[in-house]
Design a binder for this molecule. Structure first.
Ligand code: HEM
Length: 390
């Protein structure tokens, strides 16, 4: 597939009561969709698939190198194969372990309180997606990387343009190329600044460590902005819509003993990465289905998370499921590095927000996000309080 082609479009979850009988479906000659939880688990844990950068553009052609956005993708942790992958992963991972997330709690609390203070004084109706959900993860990851506050919105906007390259339309790929060039320039300057005068941030640590090239550091920093912001932000929009519509979810989130399990269950029901895209490293036989080497495999996380064989009454919110091992953070070599941080942000923001605004209601139908494999809401208009209650 080359830039300009139309990318695979997300199918979201299987409708209730109509879960596919087979764990894998043939979508096209070299395109398969995995919906069964057990098969998805096996494939993600094993070594027969690799992250699907070739689904974006043909890496073997000279054309590839002409696209700055694809050159940037190539050095990103998700698309780097062994042995380089473990070097990059080991350098990033220590910043996001559960212990580190615990240490980051004070930062998360501070950012949440700042957002709430701003929201309290500004308006009675807000777009939760733009003013809250995407602000928290962006502020937190930017603090860790060392991106100065005034630059953050512009960096997030460009990072979003890079993600939009997934749409494969000429307009989107061109825009993504422009954004990739600017991000490269920005982070190269940040690296130079930290080399000259180190600070207490991840950029300085990566520079001082010396095991990653500057290209790898740049790709890692851009990837972290993308990976941390859109996932957590999109999930927070889904969780807030759920909190408005489901009183039981809201009640459990407000109870300190059940908030973690409730967030976990919400992540199963509404994974922000709804599809994990892979290519087959080799020919794979799965019962009667033969997947040729190189074929595109869409691991439909949103569907596998509702596989009734793994999650009885899968469409119901049941935070007491044991075990409750969804695929929302993936599995295997590319298991999410930020799982503890993403959870901590959700477990902090949701109760704080619901406590601050106990009477919230939707001002209109939330606008779903339009993306081939991410899901959440682009806009969630919330009435925080009635105008005369100020
Ligand atoms: C609710 C929040 C989050 C969800 C649901 C989530 C989900 C995921 C998923 C599904 C993957 C695997 C993608 C694939 O294999 O194609 C992934 C990878 C990754 N995530 Fe997250 N993520 C979240 C938050 C974060 C945060 C806050 C960070 C920042 C530290 C982060 C950093 C990463 C990294 C670095 C990888 C790549 C790991 C690798 O390739 O080895 N994520 N995430």
């Amino acid at each position: 597939m080359k830039p300009g082609d139309v990318a695979m479009r997300g199918s979201g979850t299987a409708p209730a009561g109509r879960f596919p009988a087979r764990p894998i479906q043939v979508v096209g000659e070299a395109h398969f969709r995995v919906t069964g939880f057990e098969l998805a688990t096996d494939l993600l844990r094993g070594a027969r698939l690799r992250p699907g950068i070739t689904g974006l553009a043909d890496r073997e052609t000279a054309e590839w190198a002409r696209y700055p956005v694809f050159r940037l993708f190539e050095d990103m942790i998700l698309f780097v194969g062994p042995p380089r992958h473990s070097v990059i992963r080991s350098r990033l991972h220590s910043w996001f372990t559960p212990a580190a997330a615990g240490e980051l709690q004070a930062l998360i609390d501070r950012v949440c309180d700042r957002i709430l203070a701003t929201v309290r004084t500004t308006a009675d109706v807000i777009d939760f997606a733009a003013t809250v959900a995407h602000v928290l993860p962006l502020e937190v990851i930017s603090e860790l990387i060392g991106i100065p506050a005034p630059d953050r919105p512009k960096i997030a906007k460009r990072a979003d343009m890079v993600v939009q390259a997934m749409w494969h339309t000429v307009t989107e790929v061109n825009r993504a190329n422009g954004a990739a060039v600017l991000l490269d320039r920005y982070f190269r300057q940040l690296i130079a600044a930290r080399r000259a005068a180190p600070a207490a941030d991840l950029t300085s640590e990566l520079v001082a460590d010396g095991s990653l090239s500057d290209d790898e550091i740049i790709a890692s920093l851009v990837f972290l902005v993308i990976a941390a912001t859109f996932t957590t932000g999109d999930f927070l929009t889904s969780a807030m819509v759920m909190a408005v519509r489901n009183q039981e979810f809201r009640r459990r989130v407000l109870d300190g003993n059940t908030v973690a399990a409730s967030v976990e269950e919400a992540l199963r029901l509404h994974p922000p990465i709804a599809h994990i895209i892979r290519n087959a490293e080799e020919r794979i036989e799965l019962g009667s289905v033969v997947v040729p080497a190189g074929a595109l495999i869409d691991v439909d996380v949103a569907a596998a998370n509702r596989d009734p064989a793994q999650f009885p009454r899968p469409d119901e919110f049941r935070p007491d499921r044991v075990p409750n091992r969804s695929l929302s953070f993936s599995l295997g070599a590319h298991y999410c590095c930020g799982w503890a941080l993403g959870r901590a942000e959700a477990e902090t923001l949701l109760p704080k927000f619901l406590r601050a605004f106990p009477d919230i209601r939707l001002a209109g139908e939330p606008l779903p996000k339009r993306h081939p494999f991410q899901q959440g809401f682009q806009r969630v208009s919330l009435v925080l309080r009635e105008a005369d209650a100020r």
